[in-house]
Design a protein around this ligand. Structure first.
Ligand code: HAM
Length: 422
């Protein structure tokens, strides 16, 4: 047994191992091609931003800003933070780059790591990856419905089943203000029945009490006022239109009256997709409308809406049998160690024609090389023996069918070249 490693990755920030990375890249590829269909272009924003960008948008009193951000003062004395999510950065960029000048709906998507110093558990990491989309420029229920539809399409494309789409509306900022006031009033009368955390939340960030999973808080919330009764006519109508479009698109959803979000910028329709494979951290994706964020961050008054999927959680929900198979390249097996040079030359010929190919560099015996080919499930191997090599030939073997054919080196390259074009 090896000694304990001197250095380990930080808690909640694991390495992404090759097999996991392969699946993540596949998910990203599927997402990219689907977002392009819906007219989204990709944007990249930095991992670090001024702390203010997140504090102003996500909200000073949210858990993320209060205790989960990786914030520090740089050498120039600037307060900066690792991004805990993507929306604030995209809006910062939208304003900074004056995207609003062409008065169109700007559709952007992004992928990449986010950082939150939460207590790690299954599906909850400190460095995790999101795929996010933002539609900025207008406020319309059709946009919200299209977003939820695209999310549903993507999950279906990834062959994820058994998920549930939950929707709710938080109303406009005016509705929200009235509701928060009423909720606070109610919670004041039940304060002693709440958990310690919710007692604090009921004063500072009252909507979060709706999200508490503790039994005693859930009991208190059963009798609490419901946001639905506080929606103005416009917000109620928008919420109904979004639901009607979803129904016409046959996107199954459930209205969850107490659905809230952990970020402060939402107004209007919000949604979440949950999946039973995830356990306690059951949200695969979440988002909603955030019409006030641009103004809040010093930009123009524009409607906006979006969502983000958690990559690590997607990986938990994807069934292994639905993953694309990894097909390794050809392995050149040389029977005699003396043939290593010729084997390498043939490998380079294949590689220069973009044909995946490797030889064993570690000097394994013939048997050892064959074991490697079987273990790695190589679909083809090329066998090189001294007699064949003298004639500049090799044996191409299909490992599935067992069929083999003696081919001149050039013909062998052409054979694999033509396979690649099929
Ligand atoms: P969020 O709900 O904070 O929203 O995160 C979106 C998704 O990221 C979650 O549903 C979950 O799948 C994943 N996620 C969040 N935290 C973690 C974690 N600690 N470990 C693993 N996965 C995690 C947002 O971030 C908003 N910016 C979404 C949005 C975009 N709203 C509008 N546009």
């Amino acid at each position: 047994m090896k000694e304990k490693p001197k250095y380990k990755s930080l808690k909640g920030m694991p390495d992404i191992l090759p097999e996991q990375m392969r699946i993540m890249r596949w998910v990203e590829k599927e997402a990219r091609s689907m977002f392009h269909l819906f007219g989204y272009s990709e944007i990249g924003t930095p991992l670090l931003e001024a702390t203010e960008v997140f504090a102003r948008s996500i909200g000073e009193n949210t858990d993320i800003v209060e205790k989960e951000m990786y914030s520090f003062v740089d050498r120039g004395g600037k307060h900066i933070s690792l991004r805990p999510e993507g929306t604030a950065s995209v809006i910062r960029s939208y304003i900074e780059q004056c995207f609003f000048e062409n008065k169109d709906l700007i559709k952007l998507f992004y992928t990449g790591p986010m950082f939150r110093g939460e207590r790690p558990q299954k599906g909850r990491l400190r460095q995790f990856h999101q795929i996010g989309v933002e539609a900025i420029g207008f406020s319309h229920p059709q946009i919200d419905a299209e977003l939820i539809f695209s999310l549903n399409q993507l999950l279906t494309k990834l062959k994820i089943s058994g998920f549930t789409v939950l929707v709710n509306s938080l109303g406009c900022s005016n509705d929200r203000k009235i509701f928060e006031k009423e909720l606070k009033k109610y919670l004041k009368t039940r304060k002693s029945d709440l958990c310690e955390n919710c007692q604090k939340r009921s004063e500072k960030n009252v909507l979060r009490v709706l999200d508490c999973k503790r039994e005693l808080c859930r009991k208190v919330m059963e009798k609490a006022p419901k946001i639905a009764s506080f929606l103005c006519d416009g917000c109620a109508e928008d919420f109904k239109t979004t639901r009607d479009i979803l129904a016409s698109l046959k996107v199954a959803y459930q209205v969850k009256e107490d659905l809230v979000r952990g970020l402060d910028y939402y107004t209007g329709v919000i949604f979440e997709v949950i999946h039973p494979a995830l356990g306690a951290q059951d949200a695969l994706a979440a988002g909603g409308r955030y019409d006030n964020l641009s103004v809040q961050m010093g930009g123009p008054e524009v409607g906006a809406s979006g969502y983000a999927l958690g990559m690590e959680r997607l990986l938990l929900a994807i069934d292994e049998k639905d993953l694309p198979e990894y097909v390794p390249g050809v392995l050149i097996v040389y029977i005699d160690k003396e043939l290593r040079k010729e084997a390498f030359e043939l490998a380079l010929k294949l590689l220069s024609r973009d044909i995946g190919c490797e030889i064993d560099h570690s000097g394994r015996s013939f048997k050892g090389q064959m074991r490697k080919a079987n273990r790695e499930k190589r679909p083809f191997i090329i066998l090189m023996g001294s007699e064949e090599v003298k004639q500049k030939k090799c044996l191409v073997k299909n490992m599935k069918t067992g069929e083999q054919e003696l081919l001149a080196f050039e013909k062998c390259v052409d054979f694999f070249g033509s396979l690649g074009q099929e």
